[in-house]
Design a protein around this ligand. Structure first.
Ligand code: C5P
Length: 300
């Protein structure tokens, strides 16, 4: 029997590296990146319905046709031809305008949840093809783990799991608009070109120090985020192996070898910033939540 409701978790991502290597038709940029899923995730509950409703209690993200969860539901029903609806409840944990693909995680979570709810049994490549039409980071949000990602964000090569480590992530109070960051990149370019190939090799070799040496973000100089340098200095002072911005910003993270160091650094950063997270690498992408979460009533 098909379920009446399903619970899904959808991890956020960090860019261990991000390079801009060219331009693509449609105003997009050709990217070269190493992306890492983390255990900070969105929680979704989807329930069968005759209508389409989306709720994100406590979040200021507008619920309109541009909302990635709405787009994902519409794209799923369009692709499958199912005449059905869904009530979607999203508990947003991932900061917004952070460069952590929270919106893409919502879309990926909706696709995975609807697939299970309606027994569609779409393949990962079908889900990724639907996801790519919603946003450049949605295919990775579906795939998760550690990937070398190229093109617009749709060419993914899964890598072995990144060496065990902890990320201390700091989100300043002002976020960044991704299109605006890329528009500024077109004006000013970048002095930073991280070595994504060397980082891929470091991950294959399980070498955390080499991974950190190769880290970098070509959008850091043009993101417009005012606090990046200050946050990086605080993370470096707190003993990070490296620190960098993720995606188009505004979140900044430091890499730590040990949990205890990461917790100490997070405590130091919380003296200055309200949104500070300690996360670990996650080996998966958007997926059904463990069985104990499957029976949450929709109001929660
Ligand atoms: O695809 P998504 O809606 O997430 O992308 C947001 C914006 O980021 C795009 O409109 C584009 O301006 C920029 N972008 C880009 N090149 C990419 C990915 C995103 O220029 N590869």
């Amino acid at each position: 029997m098909q379920e009446r409701s399903v619970a899904v978790i959808a991890p956020a991502k960090l860019n261990l590296s991000l390079d801009v290597v060219g331009t693509l038709p449609g105003g997009y940029h050709a990217l070269d990146m190493v992306m890492q899923a983390i255990d900070l995730h969105e929680s979704l509950l989807l329930r069968r319905s005759q209508e389409l409703t989306v709720r994100m209690p406590g979040s200021f993200v507008p619920i309109n046709p541009k909302n990635t969860a709405v787009k994902a539901a519409l794209a799923f029903f369009d692709y499958t031809g199912l005449l059905a609806g869904v009530d979607i409840l999203i508990r947003k944990r991932v900061p917004v305008r952070a460069g952590m693909a929270g919106g893409s995680a919502d879309a990926a979570g909706v696709l995975v949840g609807l697939d299970a709810l309606y027994g569609a049994k779409l393949s990962m490549s079908e889900l990724c093809a639907i996801g790519a039409g919603i946003g450049a980071d949605v295919p990775f949000a579906l795939m998760g783990g550690t990937c070398r990602v190229q093109g617009k964000g749709d060419l993914m090569r899964p890598l072995p799991p990144c060496p065990d480590c902890r990320f201390v992530i700091v989100m300043p109070s002002i976020g960044v608009s991704t299109p605006a960051a890329f528009a500024r990149y077109d004006e000013v370019g970048t002095p930073a070109h991280p070595d994504c190939a060397a980082q891929e090799q470091a991950i294959r070799a399980g070498d955390l120090n080499a991974l950190c040496t190769a880290a970098g973000n070509a959008l850091e100089h043009c993101s417009g985020a005012k606090e990046t340098a200050h946050i990086r200095a605080l993370l470096d002072e707190a003993g990070a192996l490296t620190s960098l911005m993720t995606g188009s910003g505004a979140a900044v993270f430091g890499v730590f070898a040990k949990e205890e160091q990461a917790e100490q650094a997070a405590a130091a950063l919380r003296e200055h910033y309200r949104q500070v997270f300690v996360a670990r690498p996650d080996r998966g992408g958007a997926r059904l939540a463990p069985a104990r979460y499957q029976n949450y009533p929709a109001g929660r």
